[in-house]
Ligand binder design. Structure first.
Ligand SMILES: [Zn+2]
Length: 501
């Protein structure tokens, strides 16, 4: 038996004007054919596919298609999207006959001219393999599940955790689902409910946040013999595309009214939670730094969701850096990072120990922050690469290009050439800084940072800054979504949204 395996993973923030290019994917490692499993066979969902299929009674031969992954950013440009499609079609062709496909997807991925890249790719794979071959996909919990995705894939498996810690397990679940499908030789029954709502990411925590009981319910459902997959997708809200909203899905081996009721009940609970999830205590830039200084304990982590590289913002906002500079002294020091390739070059030219004096940041999203003049001393120059093991990654090689540490008074800034996980203290540790001992550390992430920071910080505060991933919806111009969509419009009952029916 031969199973084709592939991955296309990126989260798109359509409010980030900077397109994602083929070079961005190359930076994170494009692989085709046998390289997919040789290089990435232990990483995230792909690791789960490999491990899961090995547990089958007669393990199948795995055939690598393609692996494209890169960090969240703006829409994929046309050139990259065309190259991705061509590569998948070509490798499917080279693979010849396969008995099933396992594909790791994100589900909130948009390209220039295509708002539903995930659905489009599933459709192309389906056209290539024909209607009979099982097609099983995995999705991020923030997928914007579309009708096309539901129609084209036989089974979809979403993460059940936020912070995302179960990529590998999601791969395992998908491999199990495919096995059951092949054994039964029966197509699953699909149940899906779209909800006309988006919510900010800070309270999406599936361990401690309002949606936690719903995710326990999904796990419970998946333990039932008749249920193949139970999904609740809270949607990447900075995705100005059709059908944007939460989705509840259920894939079963039997057709039963009961499943419709289960989906309707979960959907109703989601709708009832929408205000609780959106009710997040945020502090303006000045206040959040003052509050951190006034806390007394350390380290304090400040989550800057609006400039979250994890949510596809460019990561070069100067808003918090400006406040940190203003509110010195900062006992035990502060650290933040900016994606700023020009600043890296400037630091390299100054050399270690040299004087740094340049305008930094505010370049990729000038509508949200301005460049800031930053004067300091270059402390370190290094390649920013590490292996992510925590929120969002398992054995995931991270490559953020060249980087520089520049210190000004109590504030250390890590400038990186490229974007990467804003939720991980590893970024600072790789740069030789000590986030576990400092006064204030900035995480460019709305909530995923908690998985890595909570074990050692004295407190965490959420900043309310401008940025491409702001939860202040009125600051963003949505043009392509289906409406009404709560909270952009006040809706009393989800039935009011015809597009969700
Ligand atoms: Zn996500």
């Amino acid at each position: 038996m031969r199973i084709a395996v592939g991955q296309l993973w990126q989260e798109t923030n359509t409010f980030n004007r900077n397109p994602t290019t083929l070079a961005d994917f190359q930076n994170w490692g494009i692989a085709t054919g046998t390289d997919v499993l040789e290089k990435f066979g232990e990483t995230g969902e792909l690791g789960g596919f490999v491990s899961g299929t090995r547990q089958w009674n007669s393990p199948p031969e795995l055939v690598g298609l393609a692996r494209f992954l890169c960090w969240p950013s703006g829409r994929i440009n046309r050139e990259a999207w065309e190259a991705i499609q061509e590569t998948f079609l070509k490798t499917l062709d080279v693979a010849g006959h396969v008995d099933g496909v396992l594909i790791a997807l994100h589900g909130a991925l948009a390209a220039e001219g295509e708002g539903d890249v995930t659905g489009a790719l599933l459709e192309q794979i389906r056209n290539s393999i024909g209607p009979e071959i099982p097609l099983v996909g995995t999705l991020d919990l923030h997928a914007n599940v579309t009708r096309r995705m539901m129609a084209q894939a036989d089974l979809l498996y979403g993460y059940h955790t936020q912070p995302h810690l179960d990529q590998f397990e999601t791969g395992l679940r998908a491999a199990r689902g495919l096995r059951l499908m092949l054994e039964r030789q029966h197509r699953p029954f699909k149940y899906c409910r779209k909800l006309p709502m988006i919510t900010a990411a800070e309270s999406h925590n599936t361990f401690t946040g309002p949606p936690a009981p719903l995710y326990r319910r999904l796990e419970q459902l998946e333990r039932e013999p008749e249920v193949l997959s139970a999904g609740l997708y809270m949607a990447m809200p900075w995705l100005d595309c059709k059908e944007l909203g939460w989705t509840v899905t259920l894939h079963t081996v039997t057709e039963d009214e009961r499943w419709k009721t289960v989906v309707a009940e979960i959907a109703e609970s989601c709708w009832d939670l929408r205000s609780a999830i959106s009710d997040v205590e945020r502090y303006g830039p000045n206040e959040v730094v003052a509050k951190s200084l006034g806390h007394g304990g350390h380290p304090i982590v400040i989550g800057d969701g609006a400039d979250a590289t994890n949510s596809g913002a460019p990561g070069d906002s100067t808003v918090l850096l400006r406040e940190l500079m203003k509110q010195q002294p900062i006992p035990h020091g502060a650290m933040t990072f900016l994606v700023d390739p020009k600043a890296v070059i400037h630091a390299e030219q100054a050399g270690i120990g040299g004087a740094f004096d340049a305008f930094v940041g505010g370049n990729f999203a000038p509508e949200f922050s301005e460049p800031l003049r930053f004067r300091g001393t270059v402390e370190r120059l290094l390649p920013m690469q590490f292996e992510l093991n925590g929120a969002l990654g398992r054995k995931m090689p991270v490559q953020m290009g060249r980087s520089a540490v520049v210190r000004s008074g109590d504030v250390a800034v890590v400038f990186t050439e490229r974007s990467g996980p804003g939720s991980s203290p590893l970024l600072y540790e790789t740069a030789g800084l000590k986030p576990r001992e400092c006064g204030i550390v900035v995480a460019k992430s709305p909530t995923a940072f908690r998985a890595d920071y909570d074990p050692f910080v004295a407190a965490s505060f959420i900043a309310d800054c401008p940025g491409c991933a702001t939860p202040n919806w009125s600051q963003l111009k949505f043009q392509n979504i289906n409406q009404p969509l709560w909270p952009l419009q006040e809706i009393a009952n989800p039935e009011e949204a015809e597009w969700c029916r």
